[in-house]
Design a protein around this ligand. Structure first.
Ligand SMILES: [Ca+2]
Ligand SMILES: [Ca+2]
Length: 271
């Protein structure tokens, strides 16, 4: 076998390895799936990947941008959201976990009660009305529960969060009994006990928007679980991005080498 063919085989093997690497990276985006009730990858669609049919639609000009994994939902203002029809899967009467990746492009600004960023929630309107929503305001993450069904209004588990504009972070809200915890990049940042009832909100679930409060940034890989994930599972979700290398230099080098070899091959060896 000629040297060029041997090199060619090596390149093909390298390309195969690169493809496997990409496949592994996709699979690693959500390393925990037990109890998954809804999952939006944001990979150029708003479909629910959990199998439960909670498909969403983009509203107000929301789009897609480069995500932590593949594409993400991108919001630039003006009432943009991903809207998902209401479901009892979003009435968290018991334990639950919400996990997502976010890259926030503005702030911090606003206040705890007047957030600059809305990750996900359901609300029927402003003021004392049924709602739950995961937000950032005044530089603090919090999980807000409000309205007649809840029997009060609280911003739970305030956690400092002032990332740089190009940074991706893994954010989690977890309920265990009456204890609500917020995790940043897999680590518990704040927790708080609440006596409020969890409201069954009669409204669409929105990603990126609530009550006129608007996200400027990207939200990716939004996952809802109907159980309390362990701290180890939450850490695994947060480490998903670093567990597998970027589709990186090896793959791109193999691509470049393949192109070079193809050109050399056709130029030097007559067919
Ligand atoms: Ca994605
Ligand atoms: Ca509902």
């Amino acid at each position: 076998m000629s040297l060029s063919r041997l090199i060619g085989r090596g390149v093909i093997a390298g390309l195969a390895a690169g493809s496997l690497l990409l496949a592994a990276q996709t699979a690693q985006a959500l390393p925990v799936t037990s109890g998954l009730v809804a999952y939006w990858s944001g990979d150029d669609n708003a479909d629910d990947g959990s199998g439960n049919g909670h498909h969403g639609s983009l509203v107000g000009g929301a789009g897609y941008g480069a995500g932590q994994f593949g594409q993400a939902f991108e919001f630039t203002g003006g009432g943009q959201s991903v809207t998902v029809p209401d479901s009892n899967d979003f009435h968290f009467a018991g334990n639950f976990t919400i996990n997502l990746w976010a890259q926030i492009h503005d702030g911090p600004s606003g206040s705890v009660g007047g957030p600059d960023t809305v990750f996900i929630g359901q609300d029927v309107g402003s003021g004392y009305q049924d709602k739950w929503v995961f937000v950032r305001g005044g530089g603090k993450l919090s999980f807000h529960i409000n309205g007649p069904q809840a029997g009060g209004s609280e911003f739970l588990a305030l956690a400092d969060f002032t990332p740089g504009a190009s940074e991706w972070h893994n954010l989690t809200v977890r309920r265990v009994g009456n204890d609500y915890g917020i995790f940043i990049d897999g680590l518990l940042a704040a927790s708080q006990t609440s006596g409020l009832n969890f409201p069954n909100v009669a409204a669409a679930l929105l990603i990126g928007h609530a009550e006129g409060f608007q996200t400027d940034g990207l939200i990716d890989e939004v996952a809802i679980f109907d159980r309390a994930l362990t701290s180890e599972e939450i850490a695994a979700l947060a480490q998903a991005g670093s567990a597998v290398p970027e589709p990186g230099s090896g793959f791109l080098l193999a691509m470049a080498l393949a192109g070079l070899l193809r050109r050399r091959h056709s130029a030097v060896i007559p067919r």
